[in-house]
Design a protein around this ligand. Structure first.
Ligand code: PEP
Ligand code: MN
Length: 259
């Protein structure tokens, strides 16, 4: 069976405060892969605000491939993220990995992120479908277009159509890049679902030097926004430093986008 609620014939705008995903202006989400400390996220948020940012990102519950890697600060991280949001007036997004943390995420975040590894977690999709908070649904790293559409359909079917899709690269035979960024998915998903679609070139490539060109390519392909990892000291980041821009590179990206 195919999608029955979502359709390109009914373009959907998703509002987050004064921001509109799927509106005239592309939405820029940036911030560290993980919230590492109170100082880190607050200082970075202030700098990003001065350069230009619409939504601040920061993982508190981290889906790490190795159990020995930094797992995130949990609720403590969410509190720091919220504090950074209150200081700067910028809404925040953070990942939900487990339905038992729904109340916690809802308390601190303006957008709930469902990560690539959980795109097929149907009980989690049903659970966020019961909410009316905006949900950012990342594409599963091995998910077909059809599976991704139906994952979004799960959320909509349970009552929540405040869904933003995020292409973040898929696994292919090539491993030069961390993933293969599928930009054709942008116009396809807009046509098939009518939902706003953004692109994450950080996870999509895994390589810092590729983030700027692929961000620009994503916007040229019609993306409604981008999500980029930024860190003040990427080489010493607790996660995903190799795919994070530093402040200067981020400033450069924002200049190019404005042009
Ligand atoms: C992230 O955004 O930090 C993340 C873990 O992304 P993905 O789920 O796409 O791997
Ligand atoms: Mn990351």
């Amino acid at each position: 069976m195919s999608n029955i609620i979502l359709s390109g014939k009914n373009p959907k705008k998703v509002k987050v405060g004064n921001l509109v995903f799927g509106g005239e202006k592309p939405i820029i989400i940036s911030g560290p892969c993980s919230v590492e400390s109170r100082e880190q996220i607050i200082e970075l948020a202030i700098k990003l605000k001065a350069i230009g940012v619409d939504v601040l990102r920061g993982g508190a519950f981290k889906p790490r491939t190795s159990p020995y890697s930094f797992q995130g600060l949990g609720e403590e991280g969410l509190k720091y993220l919220k504090e950074a949001s209150e200081i700067t007036g910028i809404p925040v997004i953070s990942e939900l990995m487990d339905a038992s943390n729904i109340d916690l995420i809802c308390k601190y975040a303006d957008i709930i992120q469902i990560g690539s590894r959980n795109m097929h977690n149907y009980s989690l999709l049903k659970a966020v479908g019961e909410l009316n908070k905006p949900v950012l649904l990342k594409r599963g790293m091995s998910a077909t277009i059809k599976e991704w559409i139906l994952a979004a359909e799960y959320i909509a079917h349970h009552g929540n159509d405040n869904i933003i899709l995020c292409e973040r690269g898929i696994r292919t035979f090539d491993n030069y890049t961390r993933n293969t960024l599928d930009l054709a998915a942008v116009p396809i998903m807009k046509k098939e679902t009518g939902l706003p679609v953004i692109v994450d070139p950080s996870h999509g490539t895994g390589i810092r030097e590729l983030i700027i060109p692929m961000s620009l390519a994503a916007l040229a392909a019609g993306a409604d926004g981008i999500m980029v990892e930024v860190h003040e000291d990427p080489d010493n980041a607790l996660s995903d430093g190799e795919q994070s821009l530093d402040i200067e590179q981020y400033e450069n990206l924002m200049k190019l986008i404005k042009k």
